[in-house]
Design a protein around this ligand. Structure first.
Ligand code: AMP
Length: 478
C-alpha cells in the first residue's frame, strides 16, 4: 500500500473526467471497427477526444482531439490491427482538455504493451502521484488515470503478460477502493476491466457472436449479435481472452454508492444503468414533480434534449399539453463546457430555436433535468419572453445542486452553483428571470431510487464552513 489515510476532499485530483470506455476481443481478427462503433454510441459521455489502442502481443494507439468520427476516421485507424483492444471518449473539466490527456494511455513496460481506458475520478491520485514523483517517477499527463496505471506497474514489477486479474485488482483495491473507476486494460492477448468497490460508474460485459466486449453503457453493444449482457457489480471485474470471459470479484463488498446523476443527466436515455432504464426513470421523475406542483400552465416545453423524458412524464401526470416549443440545432457544439460565461450564452442562443406560435401569449412550463450555473436557463427564459410568452415557469426534475462532485461529473465550484448561492426557489427564479422555479425535492428523489446505495452528494449542502459561498457572487451575464 502506498498510502495510509483517506481524506477525499483534500486529496482529489482536480482534473475531473466524465468519460466512456469500450473494449474487448473480436473473433473476426480485428477489433478496431467494433470499438469505434461502440465509442460512437458513447459519444454523449465525452466529446473532447477519442482513442483506440489495439493489437495482440503489441498494440497500436490512435487518439486525437475531436469527436469519434473525426478523431478515429478511416485513415487514422488504418494501421491499427489485432483482436484485443480498448477505447475511450473523453470529457474533461478544469483545463484538462489538451491532446496529451486523450486516452487510452499506452505504455511499454519490460518490452510489453499495456493500455488503460478509465472513467471516473480517484481520490488520493494527487497524493500518490506526489509520492511517485518524490522517488523520481515522471508523468506525461495530468490525469489520475496515469496514476492508476503507474500504481499497477509499481505494484507488480513484472511483464504485463504475467499480471493476473487478481493482482491488478489488489493494486486497485488497496489504494483506490473509495474512488470512482470503471476501467479497462488491454494486455498482451487479454483485456481486463474493473468496477470500483462502491460502484459509482457503470460497467457492462457483452457476449456476442462477434466476441466479448465491455462498455460503460449497455447501448454501446447495439448492432452486435448479442447473446448476453451483464452489468458488472461493484468490486467485480471481468477477464476476456480468446476463450471467452470470466466475471470475478477483486475486492470485498462495500456500501454501494451509485451515481444518481448518471440517471438524471449523464447516461443515454435508452440505456439500462444500475438495473433501471434511464428514460423510464426520467419520465417517473417528471411525474413525481407534477404530483407536487399546482401550477396552471398552457403548455409543457422541455429543454431539449435532456429535459424531454421528464417533461413527457410531467405532461402525462398534469394533463397539460406537451410540445417541443424549443428545437435544438444539432450542429452547434456544447454550451456547457465553453470556457467563459459570454461564449456559453452565445452558444445557447445559437443552439435553441423557438416555435413562436406555440409560445406566443402562453403560460409556459419549462422543464429541464438540472440547473447548474443558470446560464442556459436564464437565456432560455429571456428568449421565450421575447418570443411572446405570457409567463415562464421553470421546473427541474432533480433537486437543487448544492455541492461539487468528487467522482467525475463536471459540476463547477459551489460558488458557481446557482442553488448554492441563492438557496431559495423564489430568489433563483428572480435570478434567471422566471415567474417561478420549482425543484424536485431530495426526499422525492430518494423515494424514487432508495435511501441507501446511491450517491446524493451533489444535492446535499457542503458541510465545511469555509467552502460555503459567503455572498451572492454569481454573475449571470446578460
Ligand atoms: P446551466 O445553464 O449552467 O444551469 O446548465 C444546465 C444545463 O446543463 C442543463 O440543461 C443540464 O442538462 C446540463 N448539465 C447538467 N449537468 C451537466 C454536466 N455535468 N455537464 C454538461 N451539462 C450538464
Amino acid at each position: 500500500m502506498l498510502t495510509e489515510d483517506f481524506h477525499p476532499d483534500t486529496t482529489l485530483d482536480k482534473l475531473g473526467e466524465e468519460c466512456g470506455i469500450f473494449g474487448g476481443f473480436a473473433r473476426s481478427g480485428n477489433v478496431k471497427e467494433i470499438i469505434r462503433k461502440g465509442l460512437f454510441k458513447l459519444q454523449h459521455r465525452g466529446q473532447e477526444s477519442a482513442g483506440i489502442s489495439c493489437g495482440e502481443e503489441t498494440q497500436t494507439l490512435v487518439k486525437a482531439k475531436g469527436l469519434v468520427m473525426q478523431a478515429l476516421e478511416d485513415s487514422a485507424i488504418e494501421k491499427a490491427e489485432g483482436r484485443f483492444g480498448v477505447g475511450h471518449v473523453r470529457y474533461s473539466t478544469q483545463g484538462g482538455s489538451s491532446a496529451v490527456n486523450a486516452q487510452p494511455y499506452l505504455i511499454r513496460y519490460m518490452n510489453e504493451h499495456v493500455a488503460i481506458a478509465h472513467n471516473g475520478n480517484v481520490e488520493k491520485a494527487m497524493k500518490i502521484r506526489e509520492k511517485f514523483e518524490k522517488i523520481g517517477e515522471v508523468f506525461i499527463t495530468n490525469s489520475d488515470s496515469e496514476v492508476l496505471l503507474k500504481r499497477i506497474v509499481f505494484g507488480l514489477k513484472k511483464p504485463p503478460s504475467q499480471w493476473t486479474f487478481e493482482e491488478i485488482g489488489t493494486c486497485l483495491g488497496d489504494d483506490f477502493s473509495n474512488g470512482a473507476f470503471s476501467l479497462a486494460l488491454a494486455l498482451p492477448k487479454r483485456v481486463v476491466a474493473y468496477r470500483d468497490p462502491v460502484g459509482y460508474r457503470p460497467l457492462f460485459v457483452c457476449e456476442a457472436k462477434e466476441g466479448c466486449f465491455i462498455a460503460s453503457e449497455d447501448i454501446a453493444f447495439t448492432g452486435l449479435n448479442i447473446e448476453k449482457v451483464i452489468e458488472i457489480m461493484p468490486g467485480e471485474g471481468v477477464e476476456i481472452t480468446e476463450n471467452g470471459y470470466c466475471i470475478k470479484r477483486f475486492y470485498g463488498q462495500k456500501k454501494e454508492c451509485k451515481c444518481v446523476f448518471e440517471h438524471i443527466y449523464f447516461s443515454h436515455p435508452a440505456s439500462n444503468i444500475f438495473g433501471r432504464n434511464v428514460y423510464m426513470t426520467r419520465v417517473e421523475l417528471g411525474k413525481t414533480l407534477a404530483e407536487t406542483d399546482s401550477i396552471d400552465a398552457d403548455i409543457v416545453v422541455p429543454v431539449v434534449d435532456s429535459g424531454i423524458a421528464a417533461a413527457i412524464g410531467y405532461a402525462q401526470k398534469s394533463g397539460i399539453p406537451f410540445h417541443t416549443g424549443l428545437i435544438r440545432n444539432h450542429w452547434v457544439g456544447r454550451s456547457f463546457i465553453s470556457p467563459t460565461q459570454e461564449t456559453r450564452v452565445n452558444k445557447v442562443r445559437e443552439k435553441l430555436l423557438i416555435v413562436r406560435p406555440l409560445i406566443e401569449g402562453k403560460k409556459v412550463l419549462l422543464i429541464d433535468d438540472s440547473l447548474v450555473r443558470g446560464t442556459t436557463s436564464k437565456e432560455i427564459v429571456t428568449m421565450l419572453k421575447k418570443a411572446g410568452a405570457k409567463e415562464v415557469h421553470f421546473r427541474l426534475s432533480s433537486p437543487m445542486l448544492l455541492n461539487t462532485c468528487l467522482w467525475g461529473v463536471d459540476i463547477p465550484t459551489t460558488q458557481e452553483l446557482i442553488a448554492a448561492v441563492y438557496k431559495e426557489e423564489k430568489e433563483i427564479a428572480k435570478a434567471i428571470g422566471a415567474d417561478s422555479v420549482k425543484y424536485l425535492t431530495l426526499q422525492s428523489l430518494k423515494d424514487t431510487f432508495g435511501q441507501t446505495g446511491w450517491c446524493y452528494r451533489c444535492f446535499e449542502a457542503q458541510k465545511t464552513k469555509d467552502e460555503n459561498p459567503q455572498s451572492k457572487t454569481l454573475a449571470l451575464t446578460k
